[in-house]
Design a protein around this ligand. Sequence first.
Ligand SMILES: C[S@@+](CC[C@H](N)C(=O)[O-])C[C@H]1O[C@@H](n2cnc3c(N)ncnc32)[C@H](O)[C@@H]1O
Length: 112
Amino acid sequence: MVVHGDAIDVLERVVEDESVHLVFADPPYNIGKSFGEFRDKWPADKAYAEWCYQWLDICLRKLADDGSLYVMTSTQAMPYLDLWLRDRCSVQSRIVWHYDSSGVQARRYFGS
Ligand SMILES: C[S@@+](CC[C@H](N)C(=O)[O-])C[C@H]1O[C@@H](n2cnc3c(N)ncnc32)[C@H](O)[C@@H]1O
């Protein structure tokens, strides 16, 4: 089933608590990318993190006891999400996508 809507609203309304075995979240990363009318940029990192905490909190409530959560995020946002999640569930691993940034490499500093 595909449900189109605001994640926070849809997750609360459509998904039963403790019913989900796998959550895979690929949210906006707060890096200024445009998706149609939506621009992936919050006024401050903290505001972005607070928004993530809202939907992550719901995701954790929806997970069954043996459920797993995979969360994609940017290098910049990872500390906020990692610290928050560590207080609430067991983080088993951090998977790093090693790729060549589509040929756009940083020349004057270390890239991600
Ligand atoms: C990093 S992209 C994910 C792309 C997706 N994995 C794909 O392959 O199409 C983040 C997506 O989240 C959507 N989005 C932004 N705010 C949202 C919200 N409040 N609820 C649900 N989706 C949202 C954006 O429009 C964008 O399509």
